[in-house]
Write a protein that binds this ligand. Sequence first.
Ligand SMILES: *Cc1c(COP(=O)(O)O)cnc(C)c1O
Length: 341
Amino acid sequence: MKLIDLRSDTVTRPTPAMRAAMASADVGDDVYGEDPTVNRLESLTAEMLGTEAAVFASSGTQSNLLALLTHCQRGDEYIVGQQAHTYKFEGGGAAVLGSIQPQPLDFEQDGTLELSKVTQAIKPDNFHFARTRLLCLENTQAGKVLPLDYLQEAAVFAHKHRLKLHLDGARIFNAAVKLNVSLQEISRHFDSVSVCLSKGLGAPVGSLLCASREHIKAARRWRKVLGGGMRQAGIIAAAGIFALENNVARLAEDHANAALLAKGLAEIDELKVASASVQTNMVFVSVGKTAAAQLPDYLKQRGIVIRGGQTIRLVTHLEVREEDISIVIGAIKEFFSRSRV
Ligand SMILES: *Cc1c(COP(=O)(O)O)cnc(C)c1O
């Protein structure tokens, strides 16, 4: 039975066409800078984002960490969202490996960090405090697209306060497709941007950090330190190139499917859909405690995989087709109509 897996857009598997691109990739030793496919992926991504350079990393976690280690020294501080991936979901890497102190702040409803609150968190230049060096944003943030005006304001703000500005752009492609703008309209405001190939773009592995030539040169040293220097990595870089060339525009289908899913689920009284956050490929729904405990198993038996909990994140991606959405809505409606009798 084909599973409809809505837990994350990371569950996508390489298609036969992507695998063919991987199988026929030209490779060399990337630690010597000699893998032509990795080199092509790096220059293609840098070109798409409008940065001087890019470096291929094994994961988004590593790519974000490269940026943090490059922007900040021991005893420096970065300001970041309380729920940000970089802060909350990366094992505290900046602190563990970089002696970089995080200063988390709550995200606003729209996924931004309120700049007046950021101002208050910036430490004065005084030996009692860590040195605030970096502001880190996330786009999309829980499926929400940061407004372009806000990015402009954040860039001016960072410059004024002498902070570097990093974007965790794991899903920057979703943001650009949603806004119908080039990636550069987003990336141009930042000193560094991390992008993931292994989310909605459907590649099996890989992220890139994009920034100035100088920043990337330093990041390459950190990548080696972290054990991230890979050899014939062209095998996986080829999947990344395939993803960038074929799977960006189609993210609009994932967004349409998420909207369809949200609309169908909104008809169910027992569910509360966070409709304001349905902007790209994610739908957040809240359910009661009893339903939360039973729903995942009920759906599993019908070939639908979701995460547990009372706030459920449902994510659409390239293995979820439009027909699947009505199957999911139907199964969830059935679950609640059964428990009503
Ligand atoms: C997935 C993700 C990352 C990187 O995760 P990896 O699993 O390490 O590739 C970074 N930021 C956000 C917002 C993510 O969703």
